[in-house]
Design a protein around this ligand. Sequence first.
Ligand SMILES: [Zn+2]
Length: 153
Amino acid sequence: MKEMMTLKGGWNVKYNYAVGPTGTRFFKALKGEAKIIAPKCPKCGLVMLPPRSFCERCFVPIDEWVEVGMEGTIQAFTVVPVKFESLPDPPYAIAYVLLDGAGTAMVNFVKNVDLSDLRKAAKKLAIGKRVRVVFEKKRKGTIHDFHYELLKP
Ligand SMILES: [Zn+2]
């Protein structure tokens, strides 16, 4: 067996991400109105979060938007135990949540979970558990303008 080498390296790339007209509309509603709005497909009726400019099933452009509910159901979750660049100090919980009225799930932090015991936390964050959207008081027009909280922590 040949000896394999590794070299230490790192990435620290700052950038501006163009969110386009669809992302702009979504983030402006978060910041200015504390609302979560989503595009609705004119053909199949799918309400998509995060918002897309085209239906992911029908491939038709979308110009109708609807407001979704401020509560939803966990579809998947994880607890992150390691540090990642530009993210909070671990541990923290994130979940894909199907908000009421939406047809696809959107990920964000779940902030009212005790993560000191990961087995207990996993039971609290189970698939099917209900959460609510909580908006920050000072919003900046980013996905961090809101987070989820368990209805029954
Ligand atoms: Zn469609």
